[in-house]
Design a protein around this ligand. Structure first.
Ligand code: PBG
Length: 336
């Protein structure tokens, strides 16, 4: 009695999904600990780790604890950290003057990490938002109705040289001012830091997913509540072609690595940029992406380990060579 439902199929894709070993053989994307860059928050003083309400398991660390954390990451095979300082409000001003202080927190942190772990790749943000009282990524015009692009770029180039002097491997301009990558490259070369690379936040959207990060570094003020919005420099989330314009400019200006940020909601952009450039691509799974998985897991609505893995796999599959993620340590431990 022939099976009345039997189909005459020459292709049955399910054949290669039948067993775990077959599935492993045809797996196209694999995460490894070397894919991850851990963003870390640093504070002054000797206090205990400070919790950040909207970012469970992420802490602001004093320099000593930061070094310990870096050592733990290195042991797990995480090759790089991106350092973000949280300054005391009393140190912030309109011009972000502390950004050019040779003894500013993040530079002391860089020196401590590089001294303890010379092999660790250390990355620092080049932007003024942790330093300005208004929280913008640059200095304001006299009318206070715009971030002064060219004057800001001059400050950022000096900031990058200070970071290079402190020992960073990569500087990461996250400000989205026009022309900053070229200016930073020229300043680094003029100061003989030809070996220090630029990881450019080339395609950075004006995203609501940065909310928890702004709590962490205390830059929330600029988020759009006052006259001037970050949308005057960060990209419109509606735009796709513009991402290729930004990426091409940064490549032409000398960026070594092109970043797309946020990551999860912008997988199409990661793929577009992947197809448009041969440079390595970094993607930043930002604070809000991290927070939403934690929040849903806390409600019992999502499985955190599985959604964490899947979210990062999707970012790599889209074309990212490396991923900045607050899950770096957990993932590296899990993959071991
Ligand atoms: C600031 C900067 C931001 C992030 C990294 N660098 C926030 C902003 O632009 O306001 C966001 C990172 C995150 O949300 O995890 N230049």
């Amino acid at each position: 009695m022939p099976d009345p439902f039997k189909l005459e199929l020459s292709h049955r894709p399910r054949r290669l999904r039948r067993t775990a070993s077959l599935r492993a053989m045809v797996e196209e994307t694999v995460l490894r600990s070397a894919d991850f860059i851990a963003p870390l928050f640093v504070v002054d003083g000797k206090g205990p780790p400070e919790a950040i309400a909207s970012m469970p398991s992420v802490f602001r660390l004093n320099i000593q604890d930061l070094v310990k954390e870096c050592r733990a990451l290195a042991k797990l095979g995480v090759p790089a950290v991106a350092l973000f300082p949280k300054l005391d409000a009393s140190l912030k001003d309109d011009e972000g003057t502390q950004a050019l202080n040779e003894e500013t927190l993040v530079l002391r942190a860089v020196r401590a990490v590089k001294k303890a772990l010379p092999q660790m790749t250390v990355i620092t943000d080049v932007a003024l938002d942790p330093y300005t009282s208004h929280g913008h990524d640059g200095v304001l015009t006299a009318a206070r109705d715009d971030v002064a692009n060219d004057r800001t770029v001059g400050i950022l180039a000096k900031m990058a040289v200070l970071q290079a002097q402190a020992g960073v491997d990569l500087v990461a301009p996250s400000d989205m001012m026009d022309g900053r990558v070229g200016a930073i490259r020229r300043a680094l070369d003029a100061a003989d830091f030809t070996g220090v690379g630029i990881m450019a936040y080339s395609v950075k959207f004006a995203s609501a997913y940065y909310g928890p990060f702004r709590d962490a570094v205390g830059s929330a003020k600029a988020a759009g509540t006052n006259l001037l919005s970050k949308a005057t420099y960060q990209m419109n989330p509606a735009n796709r072609r513009e991402a290729l314009v930004e990426a091409a400019l940064d490549v032409a200006e000398g960026a070594d690595i092109i970043m797309v940020k946020p990551a999860g909601p912008y997988l199409d952009i990661i793929r577009d940029v992947r197809n448009a450039t041969q440079k390595p691509i970094a993607a930043y799974q930002v604070s809000g992406e991290y927070a939403q998985l934690h929040a849903a897991a806390k409600m019992g609505w999502l499985d955190l380990p599985r959604t964490r893995h899947e979210s990062l796999l999707a970012i790599k599959r889209a074309g990212a060579d490396m991923i900045l993620t607050y899950f770096a340590k957990t993932m590296a431990a899990e993959l071991r």
